[in-house]
Write a protein that binds this ligand. Sequence first.
Ligand SMILES: Nc1ncnc2c1ncn2[C@@H]1O[C@H](COP(=O)(O)OP(=O)(O)O)[C@@H](O)[C@H]1O
Ligand SMILES: [Mg+2]
Length: 273
Amino acid sequence: MTTEQAPAIHVQGIEKSFKDLHVLRGVDFDVTPGTIFALLGSNGAGKTTLVRILSTLLRADAGTATVHGYDVAARPGDVRESISLTGQFAAVDEILTGRENLVLVARLRHLPDPGAVADDLLARFSLTDAGGRRAGTYSGGMRRRLDIAMSLIGNPPIIFLDEPTTGLDPQARIEVWQTVKQLAQGGTTVLLTTQYLDEAEQLADRIAILHKGTIIQNGTLAELKALLPPAKVEYVEKQPSLEDVFLTLVGEPDPAEQTTETSAAAAAGKESR
Ligand SMILES: Nc1ncnc2c1ncn2[C@@H]1O[C@H](COP(=O)(O)OP(=O)(O)O)[C@@H](O)[C@H]1O
Ligand SMILES: [Mg+2]
């Protein structure tokens, strides 16, 4: 548990309200460099709000956060140079080829030899063969991989992935998971948000559950599973799944609290199973 290393991301007492909607009510966690940290929460829990604060797009009302050692409020420029952000909706230009998308971003970042940067990333993301094709013809998984590749231009040490696989089919999700694992193996710190329990279970070194504005649990998968006694299934002792842990901690969904948006998301979630 003891890590002497300075955290890549340090979040302490972060609060944020939108008018009288108190979304974040004192969020605390640290992310160890080179690890994958999953922020798990239902639709509307405040995951995107927190990612926007950490990526300097939004100011917190209270609390402090540092990213790569820089305070997000005092040193936003340094934070932006240390991170990349991939949002829930792919930022790929469909008219351009995959390679042209990458060259464009490398030019915008004033990197020398944008073509070489593009070719290197196409190779790393298994997109070399598709590089000359218009991105509009790509599958969902290829497009999301291209999006992540675009966000890596300039080699940021920390990457934020906000719901990287929402809306993807199972095969594409696995492709993106492999990409994310490779990033962390290469030393990049990954903070990802997800509402999918299996995604957190598959990818994360640590999982934090954001619920009603605070982190109600933060641990490794094994630590979270140890919170519940093993469930008895006939003669076989069965470990609780992360879903059991999550629903016990968060409580079953309250129908009165469900907006049309969350019921639609719940229905979409059911369909994908
Ligand atoms: N700019 C905003 N103005 C008003 N309310 C907002 C704004 N951004 C987010 N919210 C609200 O804050 C809550 C958390 O949103 P969000 O951070 O997007 O949740 P998540 O990403 O976990 O689904 C939601 O109820 C959302 O409607
Ligand atoms: Mg969100």
